[in-house]
Design a protein around this ligand. Structure first.
Ligand code: ZN
Length: 379
């Protein structure tokens, strides 16, 4: 049996990139090289059916939407040095850990919910319209890609925050609805949130700005509230499990209990909702893993945008592309895990057509690449 693919964080420092071709070290040079990359004909080493480019995106693409990146250019966590993300097993098995997670997420959600796709996402839409991109694989959980270009297939490798999934019955619940339940169940927190919104503490994702106003946050949507009693935080039960308690894996029936206001009670053996993201230590669904591999296998090139490929699940897709002799492009500020292996065997006169590496902001460069492209689609 194949080993399940797990999402694990990687916190090692990454070396600074070697820019390829050399003159892609300015915005103008990067735009020219990426234009050459995207418009180059399919390599004769690949089947002629492989035409368009598959795009692999990460947190760097969402920065211009006001969402903070996990990592600085050296690939290390920058926002909160002591931050440790919640692991799947902890979330599933521990009521206290869930209270903490939801208390923080309750405050963090507003900012994500208000944020919108940026010029990088709109450029991707245009590249798709021109037939230059076949699929988008994203590590982001903000759903900006499907929002910006619903007609261009997006595979959300690490899931999405827009809904919740029940760990017992598999049912989904929109996050917006869940947020309303959290508001009703936690009036003191709701008042605190209202106050923070009023003072503007949540308007900025900048950790220093927030810290000044008593808030510390990380990109998973968590906000640290000093001395806030998250131990009293309440969250709702899965409505489907509550209506009809599901069977447990051992064949016995489950119990789902709620308090007078509808909050999930610790006596329950089912009805636990989890964000529909792949948490650290959680396996990526086999169907998603296969779909991502198929997207790589049917493409002629891969372009990584705004990702340091720090998670193995993303890095291995680029490795797969390399093994298929696909030209690799990387547009990312700062280092990328294992990138020295992506550009072996490139000709000295490569103008970006056979491989490109630049260290620029996606929201500035991608729209300019769209402008720079000759009209028409794939050659
Ligand atoms: Zn359920």
């Amino acid at each position: 049996m194949q080993k399940p693919l797990m999402r694990i964080p990687y916190t090692g420092p990454l070396p600074a990139p070697t820019i390829i071709p050399k003159d892609a070290n300015t915005p103008t040079g990067a735009i020219a090289a990426l234009t050459n990359f995207l418009s180059a004909p399919t390599s004769p080493l690949l089947p002629p059916s492989a035409k368009a480019t598959v795009l692999l995106t990460g947190a760097g693409v969402s920065v211009a939407s006001g969402l903070a990146d996990y990592r600085g250019t050296a690939g290390t966590y920058t926002l909160n040095k002591s931050y440790r993300p919640i692991y799947y097993n902890e979330f599933v098995s521990n009521h206290e850990a869930r209270k903490r997670y939801w208390a923080r997420s309750f405050l963090g959600w507003t900012n994500l919910h208000k944020a919108k796709p940026n010029s990088a996402h709109w450029a991707v839409k245009e590249l798709g319209r021109r037939g230059l991109i076949s699929h988008v694989i994203t590590q982001n959980v903000d759903s900006f890609h499907p929002m910006a270009h619903p007609e261009l297939p997006t595979l959300e490798l690490h899931g999405y925050l827009r809904s919740l999934v029940c760990i017992h019955c598999g049912g989904h619940l929109p996050r917006k609805e869940f947020q309303q339940s959290l508001t009703a169940l936690n009036p003191a927190w709701a008042a605190f949130l209202a106050k923070m919104l009023q003072t503007g503490a949540l308007d900025s994702e900048h950790p220093d700005e927030r810290r000044k106003k008593g808030l510390k946050s990380n990109p998973d949507g968590d906000v640290d509230v000093p001395n806030a009693p998250y131990t009293t935080f309440r969250y709702p039960s899965c409505p489907a499990c509550l209506a009809r308690p599901p069977m447990l894996p051992d064949g016995s029936s489950s119990t789902v209990q709620i308090d007078a206001d509808g909050a999930w009670s610790q006596q329950s053996t089912a009805g636990v909702l989890k964000p529909a993201v792949v948490m650290f230590g959680e396996s990526i669904a086999a169907s998603v893993k296969t779909a991502a591999e198929d997207a790589i296998d049917s493409a002629s090139k891969i372009l990584v945008v705004g990702s340091s490929l720090a998670t193995y699940s993303a890095w291995r897709l680029v490795k797969r592309a390399k093994e298929r002799n696909m030209p690799i492009g990387v547009l990312n500020l700062g280092g990328v895990r294992g990138e020295e292996g992506f550009y072996t065997g490139l000709a000295a006169n490569n103008d970006g057509s056979a491989g490109v590496r630049c260290s620029e902001s996606a929201d500035k460069i991608l729209p300019a690449v769209v402008q720079n492209l000759p009209c028409g689609g794939v050659s």
